[in-house]
Design a protein around this ligand. Sequence first.
Ligand SMILES: [Zn+2]
Length: 429
Amino acid sequence: MKPIDQLLIRNVEIMDLVGRQREKADVVICGDRIDKIGQVDFETFAGQIIDATDHLLLPGLIDMHVHLREPGREDEETIESGCAAAMAGGFTGVCPMPNTEPCCDNQEVVRFIKKHAETQLVDVLPIAAITKGRAGNEITEMVDLARSGAVAFSDDGSPVRNNAVMRRAMEYAGMVDMLIIDHCEDADLAAEGHMNEGEMSTRLGVAGIPNAAEEIQVARDISLARLTGCRVHIAHISARESVELVRRAKQEGVPISCEVTPHHLLFCEQDLVDYDTNLKMNPPLRSAQDIAALEDGLKDGTIDVIASDHAPHSVEEKDVEFAAAPFGVIGLETILGVVLHQIVDRQVLSMEEALYRLSIAPRRLLKLPVPQIHAGEPANFSLIKPKDTWIVDVKKTRSRSRNSPYDGMTLRGVVTAVVNKGLIWQPNF
Ligand SMILES: [Zn+2]
């Protein structure tokens, strides 16, 4: 990562994800702004030059669901290491969830995170808790949290169990026009489960979590969104019944949105045959039928966003028997590659539609400015070689944790630079 003085990106294909246009041009960046787009005489250009033939330049990617573990579990991830993983993955923005220690349920923790991220290229946009300590009882000071820089509210990792508490939270969040992001899981139904409930969990002798555990809470959230008018976003949707509920609610005009993770699209419960704890996540990997429904949800726009749910865990925590391992996998560095290789190559989405869900759609939901690739605008973009493939080597991850299910896999799309806040990151710098 280094500051930009003058930078020329030559012969690049600019992908305008808002106007859905592509154009080949040279792009000049001065400091933190795009200075010029057009034809530039590179022989007389004084600054850094990147030959970007076969590259795409797109609005900086943003991941609206990550866990950075700082404050509290810096052995697993810090703001700095999480940002390093984000840059390597092509991201210029991340939204960390509030399940830190202490919990991000007050202005001090929001300010701590923002202060520690100040010098980073990546915009770190904290999501504050809905309830104090994410305990589900007492609502946080939402207006103050919004004022100090929180961009949304979530108790992610835990559901908000009490319907009246959730209703009140939505009323307050609605007052400041902020998004409520819910981790939808009926705590009683999911209680002792470690994987999807079905034939496979019976065969493996592992307690299951039924689709209904998610579906019930999604239905509850839709009812409350309709009642309060608050914008509600379902985190990591996994069950086909939930997709159908969101589809119908959207048709009805309920202010609801949702996201899917790459692992829920790529893996299914059958992959758990070896009890690999790097495939243990919450919600659990579901069935092939659920994956088909998730793909349909992406195709028809029911699913708005793709997010990693990057959840670092130490080797000691994950290297235990399946039932004792914590839920979650890392994913910031691999999400783009999985999306291009699996979602685009399998023609679930076009490249433009897939990248829109990793860049524009999350910012629109969070009411954040959308990066524009025009002269005079702040330079916030990712530069990728979409056709190149690479093999995931988890030993080389920038994350402090190694719990990736993608180790050894071939993915498509190589990140060659990210630019934001007057800084550039390139691999091997
Ligand atoms: Zn969650």
